[in-house]
Design a protein around this ligand. Structure first.
Ligand SMILES: NC(=O)C1=CN([C@@H]2O[C@H](COP(=O)(O)OP(=O)(O)OC[C@H]3O[C@@H](n4cnc5c(N)ncnc54)[C@H](O)[C@@H]3O)[C@@H](O)[C@H]2O)C=CC1
Ligand SMILES: N[C@@H](CC=O)C(=O)O
Length: 355
């Protein structure tokens, strides 16, 4: 039996769903000769440790027996246990936490991340971390960075590494914005109400401005570009920001949520300009040949693939030399705790096959 210890950073919507999926899938893991445990769970200030695995009562135990921690103490503790296969799961959205990645890898942790920050650092830092991984022979998996549980990163990587020339990637990369524009186009609700609904369903980032500003889609575009070994930076992506400057940086998330009604009038106007068979779509496009990375709001006809999307579905069209005029298409729920957590579990299984 191969034993794997998961150290879970971030027990919000995705992290807590991940714990429950891991607990519920124990029998399936056993059939694959795997014993997968989560001995440590952490939020930004508190850790709960149980060497044999946290078990079903983890929430109550975290509240009752959680202790303050420093990441360095967690690393020392894990080292003292001599566990053979240790994986840090990053289910935070934290840029600060990413500063620990190198230290974790140097201390024998593999990393699986839903957090997109490490893959969108300045190119030099991104490349440096790849070197650290190579030097320490550790794995870093992040399928959920793009399209939540959809197999986008691996598909693109496989195409590229098999010598297929990818010419363009285009689509609706944001599950939350897909949901927002689907609902806003079809229902008689203010834009601000629809954003609040998307937040309540767990589709947005912890700070919804990361979605509405285009940053989340720009990150995904950059991550895909870097899978094609293109050394772009976030600044290379031309982005249509839906959040006005005065709501972008200076206000807290709560203050933004209180002021988001300021956007209602502008979006109502945009909606009134739509023809009957049109919907708004926030799309990403990477044109490899023309070196264009762009995130923009467009009008799409309901009967074409972009316009026909439902719910929080994302759509990725990959154009290559072999998939010329008819692209390879990956479509499905692009956000939500259940699909994202399952994507993390699937990365754990992939990692287990490699170690
Ligand atoms: N919600 C979704 O549909 C998807 C989310 N993701 C990514 O998953 C990550 C988590 O998203 P959610 O669960 O929705 O967010 P969330 O806000 O519900 O949870 C984040 C958790 O991280 C914790 N945290 C923050 N800083 C930390 C630190 N330094 N150390 C340890 N814990 C820390 C917070 O206390 C919170 O428990 C984000 O990076 C997001 O981009 C990726 C794909 C889809
Ligand atoms: N907020 C993101 C979640 C997945 O990455 C999105 O809306 O797509």
């Amino acid at each position: 039996m191969k034993k794997i210890q998961l150290i879970l950073f971030g027990i919000g919507k995705v992290g807590s769903t991940f714990i429950n999926q891991i607990i519920q899938a124990q029998e399936v893991f056993k059939q694959q000769n795997l014993e997968i445990e989560i001995p440590i769970i952490l939020n930004s200030s508190t850790a709960f440790v149980k060497d044999e695995g946290i078990g079903e009562n983890w929430k109550a135990n975290f509240e009752d027996f959680g202790i303050p921690y420093q990441v360095e103490e967690i690393i020392d503790y894990v080292n003292s246990k001599n566990w053979k296969n240790v994986v840090a799961i990053d289910a935070t959205a934290s840029a600060d936490f990413v500063n620990n990645y190198t230290n974790l890898v140097e201390n024998a942790f593999h990393i699986i991340a839903a957090n997109k920050v490490a893959n969108t650092l300045a190119y030099d830092e991104y490349a440096f971390f790849r070197e650290v991984l190579k030097e320490h022979k550790k794995h870093f998996l992040y399928e959920t960075n793009v399209g939540a549980g959809l197999p986008v990163v691996e598909t693109l990587k496989n195409l590229h590494l098999s010598g297929e020339k990818v010419t363009k990637i285009r689509g609706v990369f944001s599950g939350s914005l897909s949901y927002i524009f689907n609902t806003f186009s079809e229902e008689n609700k203010n834009f601000s109400e629809v954003v609040a609904l998307a937040e309540s369903k767990g589709y947005t980032e912890p700070d919804p401005r990361v979605d509405l500003s285009g940053t989340d889609v720009a990150r995904k575009l950059l991550i895909l570009g870097r899978e094609l070994q293109l050394s772009y930076n976030l600044e290379d992506v031309v982005v249509k920001n839906l959040v006005p400057a005065y709501l972008t940086e200076t206000n807290s998330v709560t203050a933004f949520q209180e002021q988001i009604t300021d956007l209602d009038e502008e979006f109502q106007l945009l909606k009134s300009e739509l023809k009957e068979n049109e919907v708004l779509r926030y799309i990403g496009e990477l044109d490899v040949e023309d070196e264009v990375l762009e995130v923009k709001l467009v009008k799409a006809q309901k009967e074409n693939p972009l316009g026909a999307l439902q719910g929080a579905d994302s759509l990725f069209e990959i154009y290559t030399e072999s998939y010329g005029t008819q692209p390879l298409v990956i479509q499905g729920a692009g956000a939500g705790a259940a699909v994202t957590a399952r994507g993390l579990v699937s990365d754990v299984i992939k990692l287990a096959e490699r170690i």
